[in-house]
Write a protein that binds this ligand. Structure first.
Ligand code: AP5
Ligand code: MG
Length: 214
C-alpha cells in the first residue's frame, strides 16, 4: 500500500503517518525528518537544506527528489510506504508518479488532512518534536507521558527552529502556492480523500482507517 499524506504544515501529517505506519506495517517516510537527520549529522545535504528550511522555503526539487527516491528504493519499502511531506510540488508528484509506474505500480491513496490556517499557528507554538525518531507532541493536545521526553525513544524533545510564528506564516504561504495544487492533481487521479484534521488525534485516525480499510 502506497499512501501520500497531504496537508498544511502542522495539519498533523506526521502524527497520523506514524499511526498508519504502525497499523499497516509499512515505513513512515518523512522528507522533513530525513532533512533534519541530515542536519543533525552535519552532512552536505543537511547543510544545503537547512538554509531553505529555516527561511520557511521549500528545499529545491532536485535535492529533495534524489533523497526521497534513494529512501523508497530500500528493501523495507518494497511492500509500500506512507509518504509525509512529499510530494510538495507538481514537479515532485510527476517524478514520483513516473518512478512508481516504472515498477508497474501505483499510488493507492492521497489523504489530505484539512486544518484552517488560523488553527495552525497556535498548534505549532505548542509542538515539541523528537529529532531522533520523528515523533511529535503538543504540550496541551498530545502531551508525552513524561514532560520533555519522547515516549518512543527517550530522547529530549525540542521546539523546531522553523516553528517560530513568523516562519510558520511563511510556510503556510508556500503551502498555498506550491503544495495545495496537488489536491487537484490527485483528485484527477481519483485517489484523493479528505479528512477533518481539526478533530482530536484518535478521531482523525478513525476517519483514515475507514478510508484505508481495516
Ligand atoms: P516538514 O517536516 O514536512 O514540515 P511541514 O510540512 O511543515 O509539516 P510539519 O511537520 O510542520 O507538520 P505535520 O503536518 O507533520 O504536523 P504534526 O503531526 O507535527 O518539512 C519541514 C521543511 O523541510 C519544509 O518547510 C521544507 O523546507 C523542507 N521540506 C520537507 N519536505 C520537502 C519537500 N518535499 N520539498 C521541498 N522541501 C521540503 O502536528 C503538528 C502539531 O499539532 C503537533 O504539536 C501535534 O502534536 C499537534 N497535533 C497533531 N494532530 C492534532 C490534532 N488532531 N489535534 C490537536 N493537535 C494535533
Ligand atoms: Mg511533520
Amino acid at each position: 500500500m502506497k499512501i501520500i499524506m497531504l496537508g498544511a504544515p502542522g495539519a498533523g501529517k506526521g502524527t497520523q503517518a506514524i499511526s498508519i505506519a504502525e497499523k499497516y506495517g509499512i515505513p513512515h517516510v518523512s522528507t522533513g525528518d530525513l532533512f533534519r537527520s541530515n542536519i543533525s549529522n552535519k552532512t552536505e545535504l543537511g547543510m544545503e537544506a537547512k538554509s531553505y528550511m529555516d527561511a520557511g522555503k521549500l528545499v529545491p526539487d532536485a535535492l529533495t527528489v534524489r533523497m526521497l527516491l534513494d529512501r523508497v528504493s530500500k528493501e523495507d519499502c518494497k511492500n509500500g510506504y506512507v509518504l509525509d511531506g512529499f510530494p510538495r510540488t507538481i514537479a515532485q508528484a510527476e517524478v514520483l508518479e513516473a518512478e512508481v509506474k516504472k515498477l508497474g505500480e501505483q499510488i493507492d491513496f492521497a489523504i489530505d488532512v484539512e486544518v484552517p490556517d488560523e488553527n495552525i499557528v497556535k498548534r505549532m507554538s505548542g509542538r515539541r518534536a523528537c529529532l531522533k525518531c520523528g515523533a511529535t507532541y503538543h504540550i496541551v493536545h498530545v502531551p508525552p507521558k513524561q514532560e520533555g521526553i519522547c515516549d518512543q525513544c527517550g530522547e529530549a524533545l525540542v521546539l523546531r527552529d522553523d516553528d517560530a510564528p513568523e516562519t510558520v506564516l511563511k510556510r503556510l504561504n508556500v503551502y498555498h502556492e506550491q503544495t495545495q495544487p496537488l489536491i487537484d492533481f490527485y483528485k484527477a487521479r481519483n485517489i484523493l480523500h479528505e479528512v477533518d484534521g481539526t478533530k482530536d488525534r484518535e478521531s482523525v485516525f478513525k476517519e483514515i482507517v475507514e478510508i484505508l480499510g481495516e
